[in-house]
Design a protein around this ligand. Structure first.
Ligand code: ATP
Ligand code: MG
Length: 440
């Protein structure tokens, strides 16, 4: 038996309905915020990520699925979405005068990271991400964070908190880096192995170490917020003021850094302490990356974006028992009794579908009772029954399930205008539902 690769998943039936619900809900909101979709390849040149994400990041140094293709090109399956979108932005000159400014794009895509699989951590996982190019206005930071917040709220998720921080500009970080190294060096031997290596390579990453002793040490470390330049400090204050104006609750954690090297100024995470993950877990993370477009060979254009992990989001949906509307709603079920009805059943479901109704039928020549059971189980609103007599008389039994009303109708009438027949026959049902406040 060949099995799926470790850290991957098959998604089907009810699980797939949750995915569709999440994606459709998000797409509607993304449209409200005037984002348009961008689709980039599943693989890119390795160099895009080593340059765009950073050689010292975990993603590039440990987690990348990379290989040489038959033409000896160094390729990587995309581990994140920002670098590819920036590459596409530069390559297609989306900064040109004919394109909207700022340019707001989103993607929903699989990502690949070689990690140790566990709850909410996969080797192939999915991110919903957005990128905004060309605005330094702190309102861009805030409306983009508000979008992430809104998506989670629209899905009726609770137990979420928004955490923000500022990483300042490169010069601020260079000064902070020195102060941080000076603070950490005396603790060198007490730090975890990972943090010891990071101490000089990428000391900011020591701040988000998950090791217990590391955490105690960094709790007293100097804060990056004290190293911000005037501009960055003002920007960060404006962000806070605007979040307050929108009444979006947030906390500041000056020890929060992000896994990717390209961030500047505002960064944020939306976290949950839901028990499904064991420890506090990030669902969505992002921030401002004002130097990245240039790094990838484009003009000096600022950016702001986030990536939201859909597996984690869906674990939350299940844990919090969010009501997921049923997508596979069924309007019409055709009950065909006897072999002779096979073709007519086929024609009847096709006729209903062509009139815009969802329709299904029995394929196993089962007894009437079994077929009605399926119709009820699938929530069919209307059942059309045909047997030998109906075939002979060119008729069909049309039953409205909610009222139990059944009528004999001619096949000719059904085929002439199914929409009209359906609406006339179900008029009572609609009135009944309206009276009792049910949706059609
Ligand atoms: P973590 O610290 O949990 O590894 P990260 O900092 O590597 O997260 P990002 O690169 O910021 O994560 O990706 C944004 C989001 O994508 C995460 O908050 C998470 O929801 C999701 N994500 C990242 N890696 C995985 C993975 N291996 N499996 C499932 N979801 C993931
Ligand atoms: Mg990670």
């Amino acid at each position: 038996m060949i099995q799926k690769p470790k850290g991957t998943a098959d998604i089907f039936l009810q699980e797939a309905e949750i995915w569709q619900y999440v994606e459709e809900t998000a797409r509607i909101l993304l449209h409200d915020y005037q984002f348009s979709e961008i689709r980039t390849p599943m693989f890119e040149s390795y160099e895009l990520f080593s340059r765009g994400v950073g050689d010292t990041s975990d993603i590039v140094s440990k987690e990348m699925y990379d290989f040489y293709d038959k033409g000896d090109r160094h390729i990587a399956l995309k581990p994140e979405g920002t670098a590819p979108v920036v590459r596409a932005y530069v390559e297609n000159k989306l900064f040109g005068p004919e394109h909207p400014k700022p340019l707001k794009v989103y993607y929903i895509s699989p990502m690949f990271r070689y990690e140790r699989p566990q709850g909410g951590r996969m080797r192939q996982f999915h991110q919903l991400g957005v990128e905004v190019f060309g605005s330094v206005n702190p309102a861009t930071d805030v409306e983009t964070m508000a979008l992430a917040w809104d998506i989670l709220k629209e899905l009726e998720l609770s137990d979420l908190k928004l955490v923000i921080n500022s990483l300042g500009k490169t010069e601020d970080r260079i000064r902070y880096r020195e102060a941080l190294i000076a603070y950490l060096e005396p603790f060198h031997d007490e730090l975890s192995k990972d943090s010891q290596t990071r101490l000089h390579k990428n000391p900011l990453r020591v701040l988000d170490s998950k090791d217990k002793r590391d955490k105690e040490i960094v709790a007293q470390a100097p804060s990056i917020l004290e190293f911000l330049s005037e501009d960055s400090r003002k920007h960060f204050e404006a962000v806070q003021e605007m979040l307050q104006a929108l009444e979006i609750p947030f906390t500041i954690n000056s020890n929060m850094v992000r896994g990717l090297d390209y961030y500047q100024d505002t960064i944020f995470e939306i976290m949950t302490s839901s028990a499904v993950f064991g420890a506090e877990t990030t669902i969505c993370g992002g921030g401002r990356y004002d130097g990245l477009v240039q790094e990838i060979g484009g003009p000096e254009v600022p950016g702001f974006g986030f990536g939201m992990g859909l597996e984690r989001l869906i674990l939350l949906i299940k844990d919090q028992q969010v009501d997921v509307p049923k997508l596979s709603e069924l309007d019409v079920y055709v009950v065909g009794l006897g072999e002779v009805t096979n073709i007519e059943s086929l024609k009847l479901v096709q006729n209903a579908r062509q009139a815009g109704y969802s329709a299904d039928r029995d394929f196993h020549d089962r007894k009437a009772k079994a077929q009605f059971k399926t119709a009820t189980k699938n929530g069919a609103k209307v059942v059309l029954t045909i047997g030998e007599d109906e075939i002979k008389n060119k008729q069909v039994q049309f039953k409205v399930m909610s009222t139990g009303k059944e009528q004999t109708l001619s096949l000719a009438e059904i085929y002439a205008d199914f929409d009209k027949v359906y609406k006339t026959q179900t008029a009572d049902m609609t009135a009944f539902n309206e009276f009792f406040g049910k949706e059609d």
